[in-house]
Each structure stands twice: as structure tokens, then as C-alpha cells.
Design a protein around this ligand. Structure first.
Ligand SMILES: Nc1nc2c(ncn2[C@@H]2O[C@H](COP(=O)(O)OP(=O)(O)OP(=O)(O)O)[C@@H](O)[C@H]2O)c(=O)[nH]1
Ligand SMILES: [Mg+2]
Length: 409
């Protein structure tokens, strides 16, 4: 308003109008409007500048944004939660209609078709050509039996062939007796307590420590084993010494809940030796018949982890100097020749008392089992041919070899 007033006064004073006045007046009017526009915040130049500037989004801090959302629209906790590791699926117990011998035969089907079944077919008539002998040798090597056993077997076979010619059936008989001779002495040593619960067992509780490389089937086997034992009426305590993964403990818990076994667990990252100790202490206090310890999978080549396992084993002796009564190595049968190295290293660290071959239903050649038993002088206690409780059974040498060689008698 002040500006308009002074403009008005200026016009009144200026007298007769000339071109200079007109120019001055024009300039004044222009200036006046420009100032007015400036005062009102509406400069003529401004729109051009605004149009040229790219629009930058307004940043709202996350926290402020959250506060701005009405309570009822706020995101639910699940949306922001980090996804937890899910426990491995625990197989639902299969219907037990299928007998063990059928399961075993079916499970070993691939080993039979890929190796053992082919051996008998090489025979053509009553004699073996040089080529056929070479073929047999190759198949046996491929079956992961180990070079020493293959050499021995071939020598015996050649000797036998010199004395008597024989066909497919006799060859199977020969293989059967050769392999069972190699293993039966050692297999006889499997302790009954691993399979049959006896209320007046001398070890109360019977302590079983289960070890092996990652993913061999330890936890699943413990689940099956504790189910088998509780079904017989045994009181079982399971120690979840695999404290590396919460999911591993959850997986074991599902099995224990199903079988009615008592479980001792600790927080993730807890000292595994301590969990084993606590589990045995609880088993003793409860008067349990079995205490089974699940351990974390580890590579047999990792010295520090093997030492940790030895410590876990030794700490149990503070509670019972004869514990553990059984130290079982779980071996994935598909492993092949590397299984021998695993077995040697675990045996060195722990003095194994038994082996469990799992996944014999896979594409295993089954030969490593024979080689390991022979070399380590440690028997196979159990064999697994699938994921259900009924797919785990005591290892019976005769049944095993007959199923492998497809013998009917
Ligand atoms: N087909 C088949 N699968 C099996 C057998 N035994 C175990 N498995 C499967 O093998 C996988 C690994 O088994 P786990 O029991 O978790 O192995 P683990 O040794 O405890 O593994 P880590 O604790 O990770 O070292 C699971 O999917 C099991 O269901 C078997 O006999 N046959
Ligand atoms: Mg496990």
C-alpha cells in the first residue's frame, strides 16, 4: 500500500506529461508491479526455475513413518521378522506292513542293479575268460570294496576256478562265503544292549554317543533308535549336543516328543560337552535305561572339532567311568571310498565301537561297508534303508549279503 501511495503522489507532482515522464512513469509502474509481485511472493521469473528443478522426494525417516501410521494399520510383526531356519522334516512313521527283509531287498536294489547283480551275469557257461575276470575286478573296485580285499578275492576266485568251473549260482555262493568270512568274526561282537532293552542291564543307563560327518543321518537315526527302545518300554534320555544349529535341536525334539524320550537341550552355541554331561546326569537321576547323545556333524579332517568330540566323550567319565558304552559312527553309504577315511579318523579320535550305515537305499555300492569292517575291526550295528522308523534295523550279515547278491536261500 505504501508503494501505491508514493506512486500516486509522484504522478500528481510530475505536471505536464512528456516522453521522458512517460518513460519514467512506465519504469515506475513496472518497478511498482515488480515490487508488488515480489512482496506477494509471486515473481514472474519463479515458475521457470521451479519447472527446471527435478522434483526430489521427501525423505521420511522410517521411525517417523511408522509413528504416522495409525495403530490398526501398523504392519504385523511377522512381516518384519527375519525368517527362522526351519527344522528338517521328520518323516512320519511308515506303516509297518512291509517286512524288514522286503525293505532291505528294496533298499539295496540300486546296489544290486549297479554292481552286485551284474557280477553273476558275467558267467557264461562254466568257465571265465580273461576279459570276464578283468570285468569282475573292475566291478569290485567300483563297488568301493577297497583294493586289498579285491586282490584277495580275485586270488581266491582264480584258485577256485582252477579246481572247479562254476556258473552264476556258484559264483554268488563263493562271494557270499568270502564276504561273510571277512566280516562274521567282527559282526559277532555287536552288543545286545543296542537292540534289546533289558531291565537288568549292567549299565544303567546305557550311554550311546553318535558321531559322524555333516548330514550322514545321525539325528534321524537317533530318532528311530530311541523310538525302537521306548517301544520296548525303555526309559530314554536324549542329549542334544549339536548346539550349532537350533533347527537340529528342534528336529530332535520332534522325534523325542513322538517317541516319549526325555530330551536335554541347551541354548544355541552352548558347550556341547556340557550338554552331554547334563544329559547323562539327568539320565542317572531319572534311573533311565538309555542316554543317547546326538553330536554336531563335522568333517573328519577338522582337527579342532575332532578334539572337541574327544573332550565330549571324556567328560562323561566323570559321571560314569565306563561311559559311553557305545560310540557309533554314522556313515552315509553313498559316500564311497571316502567313507574309509572318515571311519579311520573318527576311530582314531574316539575308539569306535560300532558303525551305522544309512541311506543304503540310495545309489550306494555297499562295498565300503565291507572294507571298513575288515580294516577297523568294528562291527556294523545298524543299517538304514529309508526315513521311517521301520527302515532302521539291526545289521544282520546273512540277510544283508543275501539281499545284496539276490540269493534266495
Ligand atoms: N533315504 C534315506 N534318507 C535318510 C536315511 N537316514 C537319514 N536320511 C535323511 O538324511 C538327511 C540328513 O539326516 P540327519 O539325521 O539330519 O543327518 P545328521 O547327520 O544329523 O546331519 P547334521 O546334524 O547336519 O550333521 C535327512 O533328510 C534324513 O531324512 C536313510 O537311511 N535313507
Ligand atoms: Mg543332526
Amino acid at each position: 500500500m505504501e508503494l501505491i501511495k508514493s506512486l500516486y503522489e509522484l504522478l500528481n507532482i510530475s505536471g505536464p506529461v512528456n516522453s521522458g515522464d512517460l518513460f519514467g512513469l512506465g519504469s515506475l509502474i513496472y518497478l511498482g508491479f515488480a515490487s508488488l509481485a515480489l512482496l506477494l511472493g509471486n515473481s514472474n521469473k519463479a515458475p521457470k526455475e521451479i519447472e527446471a528443478r527435478p522434483e526430489t522426494p521427501v525423505k521420511i525417516p522410517v521411525e517417523a513413518k511408522k509413528e504416522a501410521i495409525p495403530k490398526e494399520e501398523a504392519p504385523v510383526a511377522e512381516e518384519v521378522k527375519v525368517e527362522e531356519e526351519k527344522p528338517a522334516v521328520v518323516a512320519t512313521p511308515a506303516k509297518p506292513e512291509v517286512s524288514w527283509s522286503e525293505r532291505l531287498k528294496k533298499g539295496l536294489g540300486r546296489s544290486r542293479s549297479e554292481v552286485w547283480g551284474k557280477l553273476g551275469k558275467i558267467f557264461n557257461g562254466n568257465s571265465l575268460s580273461e576279459d570276464a575276470i578283468e570285468e569282475i575286478e573292475e566291478l569290485l573296485y567300483g563297488a568301493d570294496i577297497g583294493p586289498a580285499t579285491v586282490a584277495e578275492l580275485m586270488d581266491e576266485l582264480q584258485e577256485k576256478l582252477k579246481k572247479e568251473g562254476f556258473g552264476e549260482e556258484q559264483f554268488k555262493e563263493f562271494l557270499f562265503s568270502f564276504l561273510s568270512e571277512k566280516m562274521e568274526g567282527i559282526q559277532k561282537e555287536t552288543p545286545k544292549a543296542l537292540y534289546e532293552f533289558s531291565a537288568d542291564s549292567k549299565n544303567k543307563p546305557e550311554v550311546i554317543m553318535v558321531v559322524g560327518v555333516n548330514g550322514a543321518g545321525k539325528t534321524t537315526t537317533i530318532g528311530k533308535l530311541s523310538t525302537k527302545l521306548t517301544r520296548q518300554g525303555a526309559k530314554v534320555v536324549v542329549g542334544a549336543c549339536d548346539t550349532f544349529r537350533a533347527a537340529a535341536v528342534d528336529q530332535l525334539q520332534v522325534w523325542c516328543e513322538r517317541s516319549g524320550a526325555e530330551m536335554v537341550r541347551a541354548k544355541e552355541g552352548a558347550n556341547p560337552s556340557g550338554v552331554g554331561f547334563d544329559a547323562l546326569q539327568k539320565a542317572i537321576a531319572m534311573g533311565a535305561d538309555y542316554c543317547i547323545l546326538d553330536t554336531a556333524g563335522r568333517l573328519h579332517t577338522k582337527d579342532n572339532l575332532m578334539v572337541e568330540l574327544t573332550k565330549s566323550k571324556n567328560v562323561l567319565k566323570k559321571l560314569d567311568d565306563s561311559a559311553p558304552h557305545h560310540t557309533l559312527l554314522v556313515i552315509d553309504a553313498i559316500t564311497g571310498q571316502n567313507a574309509m577315511r572318515q571311519a579311520e579318523e573318527f576311530n582314531k579320535a574316539l575308539d569306535l565301537t560300532g558303525l551305522i550305515f544309512t541311506k543304503c537305499d540310495g545309489s550306494s555300492k555297499a562295498g565300503s561297508a565291507i572294507g571298513i569292517v575288515q580294516q577297523l575291526k568294528v562291527p556294523i550295528a545298524y543299517i538304514g534303508v529309508g526315513e521311517s522308523v521301520e527302515d532302521l534295523n539291526a545289521f544282520d550279515l546273512d540277510d544283508y549279503l543275501k539281499a545284496l547278491l539276490d540269493m534266495t536261500h
